[in-house]
Design a protein around this ligand. Structure first.
Ligand code: C5P
Length: 401
């Protein structure tokens, strides 16, 4: 799909430059031509020889090199690509881009290019969070520069926080989407994920143990295939997936409001474990223990059913509505009935009996229930369930299946 396209990859000076070597390999495997500019900082982390060997091309480093200018001027270098990728993008190069500084080959090519630019920032979390960096990013994004990452985690400096360069698969997905290469290009997807949190009072709540891993993996897989994804997430301990617009909510009602606001969508996947009940007598003030007093009564009311509501949207109904059913017995029968009752097209039924370790775990054993019948899938990683489901969604939306 992206085969035959050309990328100008600018490697600036960050420890994450080593990941860019893998990025070059993966791009080449896809038949994408990669030409690289290595900044002086970048050359402190990876050698020009390695970059040249992997890209199968000359590495460009000097602005005022006579040979480079004779063979390939900086203007041509920046224009001959379909896309310019800056990975890693340091705070310094982002600042230069925002200010329009052109004092080396990389920054000059970035100022001269007429092609889309994707940056993969990588830096210490204080540098990332600094008002200067954030202002520079806002400037760049307002000019149409696209960004992937950074992720949160342990940084090379030993600190923990946001600033890690996005992982290579996420950068590849962002590249695919910018090259118009994903099979779900032009498709709008809505995914709900995680638990909901129903307040009892300002400090207490009712919730459940959903980790959000499956829903988040589905949102990420759809985005990797090129869909424009809105993920509506309850409170989870997961990072927002790359390339996905993530909306954070707490209660089931908020989740419903955000889901309706995210319409129109071509496909909706409701993977959230929405609390069945909300507290109808939640108090505005923290409830106090009264010495010797009775425990307060918590009154429950049914939460709105988001899956059913989306399935009943009439003309605004997504073409494909997918729900989940967590069951511990007679999985397929229950899921079939749920598909009918909720009016959705597919149900992904998971067996959540304790022995399966599905809750909170990384693996899932599912059946896909459609109008055509029941397909048992083998026990596979949640990320693989997501990938497989995303490809089924491609078939259904593009193939009319
Ligand atoms: O009825 P049950 O909770 O088993 O249904 C599970 C499916 O319905 C899941 O897809 C879940 O996301 C969705 N659901 C919902 N809103 C609710 C309850 C469940 O969207 N209030």
């Amino acid at each position: 799909m992206a085969e035959g396209r050309r990328i100008l990859l600018i490697i600036s000076g960050g420890i994450a430059a080593y990941k860019s070597l893998d990025l070059i390999r993966r791009l080449k495997e896809r038949g994408i031509a990669v030409r690289c500019i290595l900044t002086a900082g970048g050359a402190q982390f990876v050698t020009p020889l390695t970059v040249a060997a992997l890209s199968g091309d000359k590495v460009y480093q000097e602005l005022f090199s006579l040979t480079d200018e004779a063979e390939m001027g900086h203007i041509r270098l920046s224009r001959e690509a379909d896309l310019v990728v800056v990975a890693p993008a340091t705070a310094n190069i982002l600042a230069k881009m925002a200010a329009g500084i052109a004092d080396d080959l990389a920054s000059t090519a970035l100022l001269a290019t007429d092609k889309p630019v994707l940056v993969a920032p990588a830096m210490n979390s204080m540098m990332w969070g600094h008002a200067a960096t954030q202002a520079n990013l806002a400037t760049l994004e307002a000019r149409g520069v696209r960004r992937v990452g950074p992720a949160s985690g342990e940084l090379a400096c030993g600190e923990i926080g946001p600033g890690r360069m996005a992982e290579v698969p996420d950068i590849l997905a962002a590249i695919d989407s910018l090259l118009d290469a994903g099979p779900l290009k032009g498709v709008r997807a809505l995914v709900t994920s995680g638990p909901t949190l129903e307040p009892i009072d300002p400090v207490r709540f009712i919730s459940n143990r959903s980790s959000g891993k499956q829903g988040h993996a589905i949102a990420a897989a759809l985005a990797r295939l090129g869909a424009e994804v809105t993920l509506i997430s309850g409170p989870v301990r997961l990072a927002d997936p790359a390339g996905v617009k993530t909306i954070h909510v707490e209660s089931g009602r908020e989740m419903l409001g955000a889901a309706i606001a995210a319409l129109p969508a071509d496909v909706a996947v409701c993977a959230a474990a929405v609390a069945d009940w909300t507290v109808s007598n939640a108090s505005k003030q923290k409830q106090k223990k009264q010495p010797g007093g009775a425990a307060p009564a918590i009154e429950l009311a049914l939460n709105p059913d988001i899956l059913t509501t989306l399935s009943e949207q009439g003309p605004a109904r997504p073409r494909l509505v997918v729900g989940f059913a967590a069951e511990t017995e007679t999985v397929v029968e229950h899921a079939r009935a749920k598909r009918q009752r909720k009016g959705c097209d597919w149900i992904v039924a998971n067996d959540v009996s304790p022995a399966t370790g599905t809750f909170g775990g990384d693996f899932n054993t599912v059946h896909l229930i459609t109008a055509a019948g029941d397909e048992p899938w083998p026990r596979i990683a949640k990320a693989d369930v997501a990938e497989r489901l995303a490809w089924r969604i491609v078939d259904a939306l593009k193939g009319g299946g």
